[in-house]
Design a protein around this ligand. Structure first.
Ligand code: F3S
Length: 279
Protein backbone atom coordinates (compact mmCIF):
# COMPACT_ATOMS: atom_id res chain seq x y z
CA UNK A 1 0.00 0.00 0.00
CA UNK A 2 1.26 3.44 -0.92
CA UNK A 3 1.23 5.99 1.93
CA UNK A 4 1.40 9.68 1.11
CA UNK A 5 1.18 12.89 3.12
CA UNK A 6 -0.88 15.78 1.74
CA UNK A 7 1.25 18.53 0.16
CA UNK A 8 0.25 20.86 3.02
CA UNK A 9 -0.79 19.69 6.48
CA UNK A 10 -0.37 20.22 10.19
CA UNK A 11 0.86 23.14 12.23
CA UNK A 12 0.01 26.59 11.00
CA UNK A 13 1.92 29.79 11.70
CA UNK A 14 -0.30 30.80 14.66
CA UNK A 15 0.08 27.47 16.44
CA UNK A 16 3.85 27.32 15.88
CA UNK A 17 4.12 30.84 17.31
CA UNK A 18 1.97 29.99 20.37
CA UNK A 19 4.03 26.89 21.14
CA UNK A 20 7.28 28.81 20.85
CA UNK A 21 5.89 31.42 23.27
CA UNK A 22 4.80 28.72 25.75
CA UNK A 23 8.21 27.05 25.61
CA UNK A 24 9.86 30.39 26.34
CA UNK A 25 7.77 30.93 29.48
CA UNK A 26 8.44 27.83 31.56
CA UNK A 27 6.27 27.45 34.71
CA UNK A 28 3.53 29.61 33.21
CA UNK A 29 -0.10 28.61 32.60
CA UNK A 30 -2.47 29.05 29.69
CA UNK A 31 -6.00 30.38 29.96
CA UNK A 32 -7.97 27.58 28.29
CA UNK A 33 -6.13 24.99 26.15
CA UNK A 34 -3.37 26.74 24.15
CA UNK A 35 -4.27 24.75 21.04
CA UNK A 36 -6.77 21.99 20.30
CA UNK A 37 -4.39 19.09 20.80
CA UNK A 38 -4.23 17.22 24.06
CA UNK A 39 -0.99 15.36 23.29
CA UNK A 40 0.88 18.61 22.67
CA UNK A 41 -0.62 20.23 25.78
CA UNK A 42 0.57 17.25 27.85
CA UNK A 43 4.06 17.58 26.33
CA UNK A 44 4.20 21.29 27.24
CA UNK A 45 3.19 20.38 30.80
CA UNK A 46 5.77 17.60 31.08
CA UNK A 47 8.73 19.34 29.45
CA UNK A 48 8.10 23.02 30.35
CA UNK A 49 5.67 22.88 33.27
CA UNK A 50 3.10 24.94 31.37
CA UNK A 51 -0.15 24.52 33.29
CA UNK A 52 -3.73 25.03 32.22
CA UNK A 53 -6.52 27.11 33.76
CA UNK A 54 -10.07 26.64 32.66
CA UNK A 55 -11.54 29.61 34.49
CA UNK A 56 -10.47 33.09 35.42
CA UNK A 57 -11.24 32.62 39.11
CA UNK A 58 -8.48 29.97 39.39
CA UNK A 59 -5.55 32.27 38.56
CA UNK A 60 -3.17 33.47 41.27
CA UNK A 61 -1.52 36.91 41.52
CA UNK A 62 1.97 35.49 40.96
CA UNK A 63 1.07 33.70 37.73
CA UNK A 64 2.31 34.33 34.23
CA UNK A 65 -0.68 33.57 32.04
CA UNK A 66 -0.58 32.90 28.31
CA UNK A 67 -3.60 33.75 26.15
CA UNK A 68 -4.29 30.95 23.68
CA UNK A 69 -4.33 31.16 19.85
CA UNK A 70 -8.12 31.57 19.74
CA UNK A 71 -8.05 34.62 22.00
CA UNK A 72 -10.38 35.31 24.92
CA UNK A 73 -13.25 37.78 25.44
CA UNK A 74 -12.25 41.42 25.91
CA UNK A 75 -13.45 41.69 29.50
CA UNK A 76 -11.69 38.46 30.54
CA UNK A 77 -8.44 39.89 29.19
CA UNK A 78 -8.97 43.12 31.12
CA UNK A 79 -9.68 41.24 34.34
CA UNK A 80 -6.68 38.97 33.84
CA UNK A 81 -4.35 41.92 33.35
CA UNK A 82 -5.51 43.31 36.69
CA UNK A 83 -5.21 39.97 38.53
CA UNK A 84 -1.86 38.39 37.59
CA UNK A 85 1.82 39.28 37.45
CA UNK A 86 2.20 38.93 33.69
CA UNK A 87 -0.07 38.29 30.70
CA UNK A 88 1.48 37.01 27.47
CA UNK A 89 -0.78 37.28 24.49
CA UNK A 90 -0.37 34.34 22.11
CA UNK A 91 -3.60 35.08 20.24
CA UNK A 92 -2.96 34.38 16.56
CA UNK A 93 -2.65 37.65 14.60
CA UNK A 94 -5.26 36.27 12.16
CA UNK A 95 -7.71 36.14 15.07
CA UNK A 96 -6.79 39.61 16.31
CA UNK A 97 -7.81 40.95 12.85
CA UNK A 98 -11.55 40.08 13.11
CA UNK A 99 -11.50 41.28 16.75
CA UNK A 100 -10.31 44.69 15.53
CA UNK A 101 -12.71 44.77 12.59
CA UNK A 102 -15.68 44.08 14.87
CA UNK A 103 -14.50 46.75 17.30
CA UNK A 104 -14.10 49.41 14.59
CA UNK A 105 -17.15 48.62 12.47
CA UNK A 106 -19.37 48.38 15.51
CA UNK A 107 -18.12 51.79 16.63
CA UNK A 108 -18.99 53.13 13.18
CA UNK A 109 -22.58 51.98 13.62
CA UNK A 110 -22.57 48.74 11.62
CA UNK A 111 -24.54 45.69 12.68
CA UNK A 112 -22.18 42.74 12.93
CA UNK A 113 -22.61 39.36 11.30
CA UNK A 114 -20.20 36.56 12.25
CA UNK A 115 -20.12 33.35 10.23
CA UNK A 116 -18.99 30.83 12.83
CA UNK A 117 -19.84 28.50 15.71
CA UNK A 118 -21.51 30.39 18.54
CA UNK A 119 -19.80 28.16 21.13
CA UNK A 120 -16.31 28.42 19.68
CA UNK A 121 -13.86 30.38 21.89
CA UNK A 122 -12.58 32.36 18.91
CA UNK A 123 -16.11 33.49 18.01
CA UNK A 124 -16.93 34.37 21.63
CA UNK A 125 -13.77 36.47 21.73
CA UNK A 126 -14.45 38.22 18.41
CA UNK A 127 -18.04 39.00 19.42
CA UNK A 128 -16.92 40.56 22.70
CA UNK A 129 -15.24 43.45 20.83
CA UNK A 130 -18.55 44.88 19.55
CA UNK A 131 -19.88 47.98 21.28
CA UNK A 132 -23.49 46.72 21.01
CA UNK A 133 -23.52 43.00 21.86
CA UNK A 134 -27.23 42.75 21.02
CA UNK A 135 -26.45 43.67 17.45
CA UNK A 136 -23.94 40.87 16.82
CA UNK A 137 -25.44 37.93 14.97
CA UNK A 138 -23.70 34.58 14.68
CA UNK A 139 -24.76 32.13 12.00
CA UNK A 140 -23.63 28.88 10.45
CA UNK A 141 -25.54 28.83 7.16
CA UNK A 142 -27.47 31.13 4.80
CA UNK A 143 -30.80 29.80 6.08
CA UNK A 144 -30.05 31.20 9.56
CA UNK A 145 -30.34 34.71 8.06
CA UNK A 146 -34.12 34.61 8.02
CA UNK A 147 -34.28 34.73 11.85
CA UNK A 148 -32.10 37.82 12.15
CA UNK A 149 -33.23 41.38 12.77
CA UNK A 150 -30.33 43.78 12.25
CA UNK A 151 -30.59 47.03 14.18
CA UNK A 152 -28.83 49.05 11.47
CA UNK A 153 -29.16 49.29 7.70
CA UNK A 154 -25.45 48.70 7.24
CA UNK A 155 -23.85 45.36 8.03
CA UNK A 156 -20.24 44.28 8.49
CA UNK A 157 -19.37 40.59 8.11
CA UNK A 158 -16.46 38.55 9.39
CA UNK A 159 -15.88 34.80 9.41
CA UNK A 160 -14.33 32.46 11.95
CA UNK A 161 -10.81 31.82 10.63
CA UNK A 162 -11.39 28.11 10.02
CA UNK A 163 -14.70 28.27 8.16
CA UNK A 164 -15.37 27.16 4.57
CA UNK A 165 -15.09 30.02 2.08
CA UNK A 166 -17.84 28.54 -0.16
CA UNK A 167 -20.44 28.78 2.64
CA UNK A 168 -19.29 32.30 3.51
CA UNK A 169 -19.90 33.31 -0.12
CA UNK A 170 -23.39 31.78 -0.04
CA UNK A 171 -24.20 33.81 3.09
CA UNK A 172 -22.93 37.03 1.52
CA UNK A 173 -24.89 36.39 -1.72
CA UNK A 174 -28.07 36.01 0.28
CA UNK A 175 -27.37 39.02 2.47
CA UNK A 176 -26.66 41.40 -0.38
CA UNK A 177 -30.07 40.69 -1.94
CA UNK A 178 -31.91 42.26 1.00
CA UNK A 179 -29.54 44.92 2.33
CA UNK A 180 -28.24 48.19 0.94
CA UNK A 181 -24.80 48.18 2.50
CA UNK A 182 -22.79 45.06 3.29
CA UNK A 183 -19.08 45.24 4.16
CA UNK A 184 -17.39 41.88 3.78
CA UNK A 185 -14.05 41.04 5.36
CA UNK A 186 -12.30 37.88 4.34
CA UNK A 187 -11.00 36.74 7.71
CA UNK A 188 -10.70 33.06 6.78
CA UNK A 189 -7.12 31.99 7.34
CA UNK A 190 -4.89 31.05 4.38
CA UNK A 191 -3.26 28.25 6.33
CA UNK A 192 -6.68 26.65 6.50
CA UNK A 193 -7.16 27.03 2.71
CA UNK A 194 -3.81 25.44 1.94
CA UNK A 195 -4.41 22.42 4.16
CA UNK A 196 -7.97 22.10 2.82
CA UNK A 197 -6.95 22.29 -0.85
CA UNK A 198 -4.21 19.73 -0.29
CA UNK A 199 -6.67 17.44 1.57
CA UNK A 200 -9.13 17.74 -1.32
CA UNK A 201 -6.44 16.79 -3.86
CA UNK A 202 -5.08 13.79 -2.03
CA UNK A 203 -8.49 12.44 -0.97
CA UNK A 204 -9.49 12.27 -4.66
CA UNK A 205 -6.69 9.77 -5.26
CA UNK A 206 -6.82 7.84 -1.99
CA UNK A 207 -8.97 4.84 -1.13
CA UNK A 208 -8.36 5.47 2.57
CA UNK A 209 -7.72 8.82 4.25
CA UNK A 210 -6.40 9.35 7.77
CA UNK A 211 -7.05 12.77 9.24
CA UNK A 212 -5.06 13.44 12.41
CA UNK A 213 -6.08 16.06 14.93
CA UNK A 214 -8.05 16.98 18.03
CA UNK A 215 -11.67 15.83 17.87
CA UNK A 216 -12.79 19.25 19.11
CA UNK A 217 -10.64 21.12 16.60
CA UNK A 218 -12.81 22.94 14.10
CA UNK A 219 -10.24 22.92 11.30
CA UNK A 220 -9.54 19.19 11.76
CA UNK A 221 -13.26 18.41 11.54
CA UNK A 222 -13.39 20.56 8.40
CA UNK A 223 -10.55 18.55 6.83
CA UNK A 224 -12.35 15.35 7.71
CA UNK A 225 -15.56 16.52 6.05
CA UNK A 226 -13.66 17.53 2.87
CA UNK A 227 -11.96 14.11 2.76
CA UNK A 228 -15.29 12.32 3.26
CA UNK A 229 -16.71 14.10 0.19
CA UNK A 230 -14.12 12.34 -1.99
CA UNK A 231 -13.17 9.27 -0.01
CA UNK A 232 -15.84 7.54 2.11
CA UNK A 233 -13.12 5.64 4.01
CA UNK A 234 -11.87 8.74 5.82
CA UNK A 235 -11.09 8.42 9.52
CA UNK A 236 -10.47 11.14 12.08
CA UNK A 237 -8.00 10.09 14.78
CA UNK A 238 -6.11 11.90 17.52
CA UNK A 239 -3.08 9.61 17.60
CA UNK A 240 -1.68 6.29 16.38
CA UNK A 241 -3.41 4.31 19.13
CA UNK A 242 -6.77 4.83 17.44
CA UNK A 243 -5.70 3.21 14.16
CA UNK A 244 -7.38 -0.10 13.32
CA UNK A 245 -5.66 -2.53 11.01
CA UNK A 246 -9.01 -3.65 9.51
CA UNK A 247 -9.50 -0.21 7.89
CA UNK A 248 -6.55 -0.90 5.60
CA UNK A 249 -7.65 -4.27 4.26
CA UNK A 250 -7.45 -4.33 0.41
CA UNK A 251 -6.51 -0.64 0.28
CA UNK A 252 -3.90 0.56 -2.19
CA UNK A 253 -3.41 4.24 -1.47
CA UNK A 254 -3.50 5.78 1.99
CA UNK A 255 -3.51 9.57 2.19
CA UNK A 256 -2.65 11.39 5.41
CA UNK A 257 -3.47 14.91 6.47
CA UNK A 258 -3.48 16.68 9.82
CA UNK A 259 -5.18 19.66 11.43
CA UNK A 260 -3.44 22.95 12.18
CA UNK A 261 -2.84 21.98 15.84
CA UNK A 262 -1.32 18.57 15.19
CA UNK A 263 2.39 18.31 16.03
CA UNK A 264 4.78 16.62 13.62
CA UNK A 265 5.79 14.03 16.21
CA UNK A 266 2.17 12.78 16.42
CA UNK A 267 1.93 12.63 12.59
CA UNK A 268 5.21 10.73 12.42
CA UNK A 269 3.98 8.09 14.88
CA UNK A 270 0.79 7.59 12.84
CA UNK A 271 2.81 7.30 9.64
CA UNK A 272 5.14 4.70 11.16
CA UNK A 273 2.29 2.62 12.55
CA UNK A 274 0.44 2.55 9.21
CA UNK A 275 3.72 1.53 7.55
CA UNK A 276 4.06 -1.32 10.03
CA UNK A 277 0.65 -2.75 9.03
CA UNK A 278 0.87 -5.42 6.37
CA UNK A 279 -2.71 -5.55 5.18
FE1 F3S B 1 -3.96 31.36 13.17
FE2 F3S B 1 -4.81 30.33 10.96
FE3 F3S B 1 -3.52 28.92 12.62
S1 F3S B 1 -5.95 31.65 12.32
S2 F3S B 1 -3.98 29.72 14.62
S3 F3S B 1 -2.69 30.66 11.48
S4 F3S B 1 -5.23 28.21 11.39
Amino acid sequence: MKIELASSYGFCFGVKRAIEIAQKYENSATMGPLIHNEDEINRLKKDFNVGLYSQLSDVKPDDTVIIRTHGIPKNDLKELKKGVKKVINATCPFVTTPQNIVKNMSKEGYSILIFGDIEHPEVKGVKSYASDLDDVHIILSPKDLKNIKFKNNKIACVAQTTKKKETYLEIINELILKNKEVRVFNTICDATFENQDAARDISRKADIMIVIGGKSSSNTKQLHSICLENCPNSYLIENEQELEISWFKDKEFCGITAGASTPDWVIQKVYEKIKSFKP
